[in-house]
Design a binder for this molecule. Structure first.
Ligand code: NAD
Length: 278
C-alpha cells in the first residue's frame, strides 16, 4: 500500500539528532529505512514530520528550528535515555516508530505554545515563542517589576525573577520552582516566582498562578540594568527592558499521534516517582 501524506505526495521527513553515539545510530537506522522508500522523502527543508533523536532538550531545539512552520509540521521524539516528556519512543523502539510512520494517516496530538514579546525602552520589540517556558531574571541585583494581569496591576515583585510556563513546560523548570503540574490539554499559562522577597515591607502572592487562555501577562521592570531572558534553552541579555508580555499563542505544536503514546500521568510518575513496588 502506498503511504502518501494528506496532500498526496510522499511524506517529507527531517531527522534531527544530537551528537551522542546512540542518537547517531538511531538516525542511521531511520535513514536506511526511508531513503529508498518512494512513500518518504528525506529532507530538512519543508518537512511534514520532524523526528528528533536525543532527549527533551533535542526536541526543544527541533521545535525552535521549525517554529515558523508549526501549522504544517508534526514532531515525533526518540529518546536515547529515559522516556522523556516530549518523546514517545526509546532508542530500542525504532522499528515501532517506522511502523507508525508507514501506517500514518496524519493524526496528531496538539499542545499550546507561549508567545513572548520583549519591548525595549527605545521602542524595539523582539517576539518569540516557547514550548516550555520563558523567564526574566536580573542577575546582579534584585529584580523589581510590576506584574500586570489583564490590565490589572497585580503586584510589585522583588526577587530573582519570574517564569511563565506552558502546560507541557509545567513539569520542567516550573516544577523546580514549586509550580503545579498541568495536564497539557489545558490551555493555560502558569506564572511562577523565582526567589521572591516576602517580609513585612515587601509582598508578593507567593504561590504560582494558573492564567487562562484569554488573559495576558505583562512584567514591567522598575529598574534599569541588564535582564536575562530565557526562552526554553536559549538565553539572551537585554539592557533597558520596558516590558515583557506573555500570552498563549494561536499556533500549537503538533505531535504524530502514536499508538505507543504513553499517558501524561505515566510520564509524570515515571519521571518523578518511579516504581511503587520497589
Ligand atoms: P536539558 O536538555 O539538559 O534539560 C534539562 C532537564 O529538563 C532535562 O532533564 C530534561 O529532560 C528536562 N526537561 C526539559 N523539558 C521538560 C519538560 N517539558 N518536562 C519535564 N522535564 C523536562 O537542558 P536544556 O537544553 O537547557 O533544556 C532547557 C530546559 O531545561 C528549560 O526549558 C527548562 O525547563 C529546563 N531547566 C530546568 C531547570 C531546573 O529545573 N532548575 C533550570 C534550568 C532549565
Amino acid at each position: 500500500m502506498t503511504q502518501m501524506n494528506i496532500t498526496g505526495r510522499a511524506t517529507r521527513i527531517a531527522i534531527i539528532a544530537n551528537n551522542k553515539y546512540q542518537s547517531r545510530r538511531v538516525a542511521s537506522k531511520l535513514f536506511a529505512a526511508f531513503k529508498d522508500d518512494k512513500d518518504f522523502y528525506l529532507s530538512k527543508k519543508n518537512p511534514d514530520v520532524v523526528i528528533s533523536i536525543g532527549g527533551d532538550g533535542m526536541l526543544l531545539s527541533a521545535f525552535h528550528m521549525y517554529k515558523k512552520e508549526l501549522d504544517r509540521v508534526r514532531f515525533v521524539g526518540v529518546h536515547t535515555g529515559h522516556l522523556g516528556f516530549y518523546t514517545d519512543y526509546r532508542d530500542f523502539e525504532v522499528d515501532k516508530l517506522i511502523e507508525t510512520l508507514r501506517c500514518d494517516k496524519g493524526e496528531m496530538i496538539s499542545y499550546p505554545t507561549l508567545k513572548v514579546r520583549v519591548t525595549l525602552e527605545d521602542g524595539r520589540t523582539i517576539t518569540s515563542r516557547a514550548l516550555n517556558e520563558a523567564t526574566i531574571k536580573r542577575i546582579e541585583k534584585t529584580m523589581v517589576a510590576d506584574v500586570v494581569i489583564n490590565n490589572v496591576k497585580f503586584e510589585r515583585f522583588r526577587g530573582d525573577g519570574l517564569s511563565v510556563s506552558t502546560p507541557t513546560g509545567s513539569t520542567a523548570y516550573n516544577k523546580s520552582l514549586g509550580g503545579a503540574i498541568l495536564h497539557p490539554t489545558m490551555e493555560a499559562l502558569q506564572l511562577t516566582e523565582i526567589s521572591s522577597i516576602n517580609n513585612r515591607v515587601y509582598r508578593t502572592i507567593g504561590s504560582s498562578m494558573i492564567i487562562p487562555k484569554k488573559d495576558h501577562i505583562e512584567i514591567i521592570p522598575k529598574r534599569q540594568g541588564m535582564y536575562t531572558i530565557s526562552v526554553d534553552n536559549k538565553t539572551v541579555h537585554y539592557k533597558n527592558v520596558a516590558k515583557i508580555e506573555y500570552w498563549i499563542g494561536s499556533k500549537k505544536i503538533h505531535f504524530v499521534a502514536s499508538p505507543f503514546h504513553t499517558s501524561f500521568w505515566e510520564r509524570v510518575k515515571d519521571a518523578f516517582i518511579g516504581d511503587l513496588d520497589s
